[in-house]
Design a protein around this ligand. Structure first.
Ligand code: MSP
Length: 653
């Protein structure tokens, strides 16, 4: 901790924070692991900006190497065509995740290639890259030589289990061994050079066990950056990729480089720490460049207890999860559920639990209750706001704990601290009982004080969650009727007690509660459909008798009105006219029609379906529609409409 304080104090002077994700391979679609690092780095970038730091947040794509060449060949396209097509899914994911990255680098860009060749040439010139012959067992999919002592049984790759190929090739080598003592010494003095502590220990013992010079070129593949002056070699993909952290700054000689280096914070997955904490710093030492301030390795996500893999078909698509549950719930879950640095298990059930308890119950209710009370007890105007309250007294300590945990990348802890505060505010309502105060003429000043304290604590809470859930923070300030933008406000600029006279907007549900029973049923149906699809079975129901079919009563009806249901993203509340009677029906067709497109339409209604309450509305019947579904979710939908003129109420059979 002492080291940290000293380093941070040094940093304070410059107040700069350059944060990077690994650059992602474009041989496949993005998954939850990629989203995880990007979201974590985004939280850091947003937090340090709110602390008044000048921040640069870099991400991008790793577009060279064997994996890309192989995938392209398998798809019948050129590597360039593949990377141009797939890199977009990664840059699109940044937008979908609301990542605030300042740059997105591609290793096929000219600005990158130039810097990689420059750094390679410098090292050649100073004798730290030399030509030799490499013989070793090589794993083609992992693009790495595997040392004999690390091989699996029968010469297999310890990572992917596939057979290794014995290869011999002329290669350029980087004189890594020469700089190892210097790196050990550096890490001995900079414990935060590799984080968390378990990874630090792992890297130190690896370094102490001896590091060989490293092969940094290939003749066996074409898809890479040519070695300057020896074009039959391409630069090894990892050497090429690591340089992105400098090429995005324009190279070693630029003002950008001087500005940001070495206030560098690399966030990577645990599988790639040797490249980041051994190879990369050794290259930097050879170049005479200072080492990154911190490299943090996070853990891996499994899914429902199993390793994610394409063959198992359990790869989690972040976009699908976001579409179903919302972006901020996803961002919150990723960083709250598992301590950053540890492995974690992803399950939709756990996400639903967190949404219901932390987001809908704790946070959502606090906002809703407070706004309702201001509306009912104070005509929708925030009353006189005295400074200080038991809810403000705790904030300096809270903020210190928040800052410390954030500096240590303990995101789950940061969120726990904030939710403890939310819990405290909810308890404050129960203890102060504003509904009792309002009835007592002598307690009116006290009620003002309680309501404005709650208002201010929610305003501050929005600031605290802004790095994690920027959209939600904005929604909260909007509902509070608070001026400004929590996302661009600096923590130090927040002034408690400046809310008197604010007029909150209409209270809206922040996170709707998910009905777990209905959700489970829908998931089971999705699973069944997926299983059938995997077995190539058509999604057909078992045979029924004519009597069973006859038991379904269907009639022609006309839609006469259509309203939104505030708590539901999918449902409309429709009034339908059967001629002989009028009914209310909830229908999950909101995504496909505007109310105007529905009103006046004639449809087929199942009239003898058991009534049900949906999102608080009694639904009495079901409208027939044809749809194309993917994973249980309708992608395309059309209503079944009777042709020609037939009286309302006519029976369909
Ligand atoms: N291209 C290299 C990185 C070069 S950086 C100079 C690479 N790319 S990757 O696309 O394979 O992986 C990118 C990141 O995703 C890595 O940090 C990796 O740890 C992370 N993850 C891949 N699967 C993961 C999980 N299941 N869970 C969490 N993160 C995971 O490696």
């Amino acid at each position: 901790m002492t080291t940290f304080t000293l380093m941070k104090e040094g940093n304070m002077m410059e107040k700069r924070f350059y944060v990077t994700t690994p650059i992602y391979y474009v041989n496949d679609k993005p998954h939850i692991g990629h989203a995880y690092t990007t979201v974590a780095c985004d939280v850091l970038a947003r937090y340090w900006r709110m602390k008044g730091y000048d921040v640069k947040f870099l991400t991008g794509t790793d577009e060279h190497g064997q994996k890309i060449q192989t995938s392209a060949a398998a798809n019948g396209e050129t590597p360039q065509q593949l990377v141009d097509r797939v890199h977009k899914t990664f840059s699109d994911l940044c937008d979908i995740l609301n990542a605030s990255n300042d740059d997105f680098i591609r290793t096929t860009e000219e600005r990158h290639i130039r810097v990689v060749q420059d750094i390679f040439s410098r090292l050649m010139k100073q004798g730290d890259i030399y030509k030799g012959t490499y013989t070793g067992y090589y794993c083609v999919p992992c693009e790495t030589y595997v040392p004999e002592n690390a091989m699996g049984e029968n010469h297999t790759c310890p990572d992917c289990g596939r057979p290794l190929t014995l290869m011999e090739e002329e290669s350029y080598f980087f004189r890594a061994s020469k700089y190892v003592p210097e790196l050990i010494e550096h890490y001995e003095e900079h414990m935060r050079g590799v984080m968390p502590k378990s990874r630090y220990n792992e890297i130190m013992s690896f370094l102490k066990s001896g590091v060989h010079d490293q092969s940094v070129s290939r003749t066996s593949l074409k898809w890479g950056i040519p070695v300057p002056g020896d074009e039959k070699h391409v630069i090894y993909v990892w050497f090429d990729a690591l340089v992105n952290y400098i090429s995005a700054l324009g190279g070693l000689e630029t003002d950008e480089f001087k500005k940001w280096w070495p206030n560098v914070h690399h966030v990577v997955g645990k599988d790639i720490i040797r490249f980041h904490c051994v190879t990369w710093p050794l290259v930097l030492i050879a170049l005479g460049v200072d080492l990154p301030e911190e490299i943090f390795a996070h853990g891996w996500w499994t899914v429902d207890g199993e390793k994610m893999s394409k063959t198992k078909g359990n790869v989690v698509d972040p976009v699908k999860i976001i579409n179903e549950y919302g972006l901020d719930a996803f961002r919150y879950f990723l960083l709250r559920e598992v301590s950053f640095g540890n492995d974690g298990d992803f399950s939709e059930r756990a996400l639903v639990n967190r949404m219901n308890s932390d987001l809908a119950n704790d946070l959502g209710n606090l906002l809703h209750r407070t706004l309702q009370m201001i509306e009912t007890y104070r005509h929708g105007i925030v009353p006189i706001c005295e400074c200080g309250s038991e809810l403000s007294d705790v904030l300096p300590t809270l903020m210190a704990m928040y800052d410390e945990s954030m500096s240590d990348y303990r995101f789950d802890e940061v969120l726990r601290i904030v939710w403890d505060y939310v819990g405290r505010c909810n308890k404050y309502i129960d203890e102060t009982m504003p509904w009792v105060l309002v009835k007592d003429i002598n307690q009116q000043a006290n009620l003002d004080y309680v309501l404005s304290s709650l208002y201010e604590s929610i305003r501050y809470t929005a600031l605290l969650i802004a790095p994690f859930m920027p959209d939600t923070a904005r929604k909260i300030w909007y509902q509070l009727g608070a001026p400004g933008d929590p996302v661009t406000t600096k923590f130090d600029d927040f002034k408690w007690g400046t809310c008197e006279g604010n007029r909150p907007n209409k209270a809206e549900i922040l996170f709707p509660r998910i009905d777990v029973k209905a959700w489970k049923k829908a998931k089971e149906a999705q699973k069944l459909a997926a299983e059938k699809k995997a077995k190539n079975e058509p999604d057909h129901e078992p045979e029924i008798t004519i009597e069973a079919f006859g038991a379904v009563e269907m009639r022609v009806a006309e839609i006469t009105s259509c309203e939104e249901i505030p708590r539901s993203k999918k449902l409309y509340k429709l009034e339908v006219n059967l001629g002989y009677e009028k009914r209310t029906v909830c229908s999950g067709i909101k995504a496909f029609f505007t109310p105007d497109e529905l009103i006046g339409k004639r449809v087929i209604l199942v009239t003898n379906l058991k009534p049900a309450k949906l999102c608080g509305v009694d639904s009495n019947g079901m409208i027939l529609a044809a749809s194309v579904k993917k994973d249980g979710i309708s992608e395309q939908l059309t209503l079944i409409k009777p042709e020609g003129d037939i009286p309302l109420g006519s029976r369909v059979s």
